[in-house]
Design a protein around this ligand. Structure first.
Ligand code: HEM
Length: 567
């Protein structure tokens, strides 16, 4: 819009100067304003009417027939990806693995569905695409130019330096943190149960999950204890939460104006109350992160090498990062590794509440397979190590009992958590923009095309998963003993899907989730401790499930459950 307006102003100046009879009262202001309006109308007619109907080079890609110039195909002003609508289209519109649709103002979008096109987008031609401006601006406001936001060579270099910190060997060293926080969380919930004569309590899972996962990402990510499970009022955590808000109607209008006319980056530069809260929070958090980093650097010079197992310390030992970049990575771990895992745990509790038979089966497996869980001794992260700073020997059997690489004694736990991640992917979709002319699954994709890939759709695609794709079924991840069809002997990594690209929860390729091993182990340990310890059901089993979808998705009510001790 800005470039069209500039051309209109230049044309108006020339008109007033050299052909004043075609201007409005020879006035620069009136003529420029009129020309700008005409240019906007011309741009609108081109973009909203002529382009999608006749001119788009993506004409071959099927699209829903019902479309209006105002809402496109979505019947809403919402720019977010309409997951449920697109799911319906994928079933009703025959397509070659790509679908085209339009949002407000007939802005064009392409959804990638076939394994071949997904492989091109995420793996083979990953660097032909970047995050679209709207996603990049929103994310970088919180994370700075960390791994989640970096593009091209900067991304390759950061990813290479951070990969060793997320290796299986290092993530295993973080299991004790996962166990301790899971135990501490259930100890706090138990206190609530014990104060009630009825022997039960009503809790909102989201609050507990969010605080526990925040504590974990703080400790495991950069050795910082927010300690919000025990103390929900931690100032840093409060400031962090204050940065996330649901925009009001007016804020949405302003966002549209910025996006369509002056560029989305200006949205966060407007002197609004919300922006000033975000800026204050950000400078407080980044200031604290810098102080913590300085302290950490000193400790690393003097302490034993293996005393610091958090991701930041491992990255500092192995990578070549500036302080600013390390702070960006800390903010990235917070942004990418907190809400996602908290949502996954909420979905696990939701589905276990809906299916008591799965809850019982899982509890039986855990009680038969896990060693004693030291609920009284492990109530705080400080109880984890002895005086020499070593993890206490007494816990070692527990900490190795759930292991992402060797799960034959607890296959149902892994099958269950895999199915939660498949059926309820925390990030329901993600988007890309082509930065050069390229192809996806053989289809030409011009520079500038907006692409969407949707774990929430592909993970339940019947062509890839079979007719029961839309049923929650942990058994699909189990291998059974041929002699006894009821006895699972191990879990399998494919879930019976016909393609590697059927499971997109962590996507694939150079931009796949670097924290996948971390998240899987954390979720399995949290589910294990929770189910081992409590029986639970939804407080209102009849309530219709509503989903809150932003960047992540979770049950809108936060999963309110009635909980009592299992034994
Ligand atoms: C259930 C939990 C999680 C899910 C479902 C999840 C999902 C994803 C997805 C879909 C992406 C790709 C986003 C895109 O490119 O558009 C991603 C990227 C990323 N995730 Fe996760 N994530 C989870 C947990 C974590 C954790 C625990 C961490 C860190 C400790 C983490 C760190 C990251 C980072 C740094 C990236 C950016 C990687 C890159 O661009 O190279 N994630 N995650």
């Amino acid at each position: 819009m800005v470039s069209w307006s500039l051309v209109a102003v230049v044309a108006a100046i020339f008109t007033v100067k050299f052909a004043p009879e075609y201007s409005l009262y020879s006035s620069y202001l009136l003529t420029s304003t009129t020309f700008i309006l005409i240019s906007w109308i011309a741009k609108f007619v081109y973009a909203a009417i002529l382009y999608p109907a006749y001119l788009t080079p993506l004409r071959q890609i099927p699209t829903p027939s019902k479309r209006s110039w105002m809402y496109g195909n979505t019947e809403s002003f919402d720019l977010r990806f309409p997951v449920d609508l697109v799911r319906e289209w994928t079933k009703s519109i025959p397509n070659p693995g790509l679908l085209r649709y339009y949002v407000i103002g007939n802005w064009e979008r392409v959804v990638v569905l076939s394994p071949k096109a997904i492989a091109d987008l995420l793996v083979n031609k990953s660097y032909d695409f970047v995050r679209p401006e709207i996603a990049r601006v929103q994310l970088s406001k919180v994370t700075g130019e960390g791994l989640l936001v970096a593009e091209g060579d900067a991304h390759k270099a950061q990813r290479k330096s951070l990969m060793p910190s997320f290796s299986y060997r290092h993530i295993k060293e973080l299991y004790p943190v996962f166990w301790t926080k899971a135990i501490q969380m259930t100890n706090e919930i138990e206190k609530g149960i014990k104060t009630n004569k009825s022997g039960e309590d009503i809790i909102k899972t989201s609050g507990w999950a969010s605080r526990a996962m925040l504590d974990i990402i703080g400790l495991a990510g950069f050795d910082y204890d927010f300690n919000t499970v025990a103390n929900p009022d931690n100032e840093l955590a409060r400031r962090y939460e204050s940065m996330f808000f649901t925009p009001t109607g007016w804020q949405r209008v302003i966002a549209f104006v910025c996006l369509f006319i002056i560029g989305f980056k200006w949205y966060f530069r407007i002197p609004s109350r919300q922006n000033s809260i975000m800026d204050d929070a950000m400078s407080f958090i980044r200031g604290t992160a810098h102080e913590h980093l300085t302290k950490k650097k000193k400790q690393l010079q003097t302490d034993r090498k293996d005393a610091h197992v958090d991701i930041l310390s491992v990255a500092m030992r192995n990578g070549d990062f500036t302080d600013e970049n390390l702070v960006n990575q800390m903010m990235t771990f917070l942004g990418a590794g907190h809400e996602t895992t908290s949502s996954a745990f909420q979905w696990a509790v939701y589905v276990l509440s809906k299916h008591p038979e799965i809850q019982t089966r899982l509890r039986e497996e855990l009680q038969a397979s896990l060693p004693r869980i030291p609920f009284d001794e492990l109530n705080d992260i400080k109880g984890l190590k002895d005086n020499q700073g070593n993890i206490k020997d007494t816990f070692s059997e527990l900490f190795t009992s759930i292991d992402g690489n060797n799960n034959t004694n607890i296959p149902y736990l892994w099958a269950f958590t895999n199915e939660v991640l498949r059926f309820y992917p925390s990030a329901p979709f993600t988007s890309r923009e082509a930065i050069r002319n390229t192809t996806l699954g053989g289809q030409f994709i011009p520079k500038g095309t907006h692409i969407l890939v949707a774990p929430d759709i592909t993970n339940k695609d019947t062509e890839l998963w079979g007719p029961d794709a839309e049923t929650f079924k942990p058994e699909r991840w189990l291998n059974f003993d041929p002699a006894s069809s009821n006895k699972p002997v191990s879990y399998n990594n494919s879930g019976g899907a016909s393609s590697n690209y059927a499971m997109l929860t962590f996507i694939h390729g150079p931009r796949s989730c670097i924290g996948q091993g971390f998240a899987r182990a954390e979720l399995a340990i949290f589910v294990a401790v929770f189910v081992y310890r409590f029986r639970f059901e939804l407080e209102d089993p009849g309530r219709k499930l509503e989903v809150r979808r932003m960047i992540t998705q979770a049950p809108a009510d936060g999963v309110v459950i009635r909980v009592r001790m299992a034994n």
